[in-house]
Ligand binder design. Sequence first.
Ligand SMILES: Cc1cc2nc3c(=O)[nH]c(=O)nc-3n(C[C@H](O)[C@H](O)[C@H](O)COP(=O)(O)OP(=O)(O)OC[C@H]3O[C@@H](n4cnc5c(N)ncnc54)[C@H](O)[C@@H]3O)c2cc1C
Length: 545
Amino acid sequence: MDETITSRRTVLRAGAAGAVAVAGLTACSKGGGTGTTAAGSGTTAVATASTTSSSASSAPSASTAATTPARAADWTALAKDLDGLLIRPGDSRYDSARHLFQPQYDSLQPSGVAYVAGAHDVATCLAFARRHGVPVAARSGGHSYGGWSSGSGLVLDVGKLGSVSASGGSATVGAGARLIDVYTGLAGRGVTIPAGSCPTVGVTGLTLGGGVGVTGRAYGLTCDNLSSAEVVTADGQIRTASASSNPDLFWALRGGGGGNFGVVTSLSFRTRPAAQCAYGFLSWPWSKAAAVIRAWQAWAPSAPDALWADLHLLVWADGRTQLGTTVNYLGPQSELSNQVDRLAVTPSSVSLHTRSYLETMQVMGGVSGWSQAASHLAGSLPGQNPSGRVTRESYGAKSDVFTRPLSEAGAEALVAAINRYPRTGPAGGSAGVAFDALGGAINRVGAADTAFVHRDGLFMAQYTANYPDGVVGGNGADRSWSWLTGVWSAMRPYSSGQAYQNYIDPHLTGWEQAYYGSNAARLRSVKRTYDPGGMFHFPQSVPLG
Ligand SMILES: Cc1cc2nc3c(=O)[nH]c(=O)nc-3n(C[C@H](O)[C@H](O)[C@H](O)COP(=O)(O)OP(=O)(O)OC[C@H]3O[C@@H](n4cnc5c(N)ncnc54)[C@H](O)[C@@H]3O)c2cc1C
């Protein structure tokens, strides 16, 4: 199979475009099939919600305190006070500055986007926000599924803080580094951290919500490898969060979700060896889908830690389907081949390869053969690159953590729900379901040891519906979400009820329990300590109490 069509992100794009074949199931996807899209009604609803106070918490937003509204002169003064860059409406760079990864949120019009130059700039912005009652949102890679790294107020973008360095088993990463920058910067030192696949995802959003990736079963989640973080809290204090300094905040930052407790400006991680990888792609005919689900779930979650796999079931509005799994192995290709032989349903095609760690991550991210510069969104603002080739995409997604294998009836129900997409989804759209294997090092951490509670999962499912090209809402989005709700509902009898906080789901009711489970009460307590006024607030932010 052609490596250029094997990444998860490629599949997503291809799904929307109706090209590519099975090969492509790699990691940059939100699990499922295709890629792009997001919710029609969801789009509108979410964008609106992100600019207002949440109904989920009684916390006041920054704008509800006794304040004086910000005048133009106040914004001008703020710009002068910053070492970084403030972009306001009217600036020719404003549209590029306000856009998130998903075009469905292009309607959001923040009052300003501050590209902070460091923690002191963050403190200056927070003081301004407090003084003038301006809502704030922290932004790293801008990939929030709910669009909650933007809004109507002041966006604190950490994209200028993108440095990556490593020595002595530790890496220090600026909060605005994109994953491609992390992988590339660390590869030069022969080390890595376990992280996700999409090259443009921000390291901070990923880490704060957990961080699932192709080396997770061997090395744990991204947050499991965090050793400390620099955070500016709502009171403007610049704090270190680590095992010995603000340990409760450190606990919450490891899985408690982005945008809840302060603005992170720097992260330190324990590093891991960036050894050569074997990886590959296996496929089957669609007619075997239910049997393959059963075989895969009996295989991947209990395989040696060095193995990671994600199963993709993809569908297009025109009726095409694809069934395959990506595999990644931290060891020789011969051992990966032996592992593949243990799958109870023999694949109709197997394509295995061996590459350096960095090249493997590029394949998984859909940027095989691309330069680091090209593996960004295009633009000249921090976090972008003039040579960037990554394109923005809109989609809707829901997730489940499965702690028990799907029964035969469950596997058949899932396939039946996917088969409904060509009849019910929007013309030109695509959709899919992806299972990411869990277990291994991820499950050797206790549920209460970090805020990431999902430590008993066999695999995580992500249901994805990609909007047709150019669709950012309306009927095309509504139909996508109807399908998502249908496939997710079909899985209620079989799932644990847990959902992944990094696949934040604007349509999910009971989200606090689903994301945080038995850690929810402690997270509320940490929120009360570090953000008692609810300055960091969005529709699914950790409530105050
Ligand atoms: C194409 C794609 C591929 C993905 N692949 C994976 C994957 O392989 N593995 C995985 O686990 N997840 C994956 N995800 C999900 C991803 O982890 C989340 O969407 C994550 O929140 C994105 O972080 P971000 O910094 O890019 O987004 P942002 O939108 O910038 O931030 C997400 C949240 O974190 C907050 N935040 C951002 N910066 C800061 C900061 N400096 N301080 C405090 N809070 C902050 C924001 O306010 C927001 O609430 C993927 C998402 C997409 C769109």
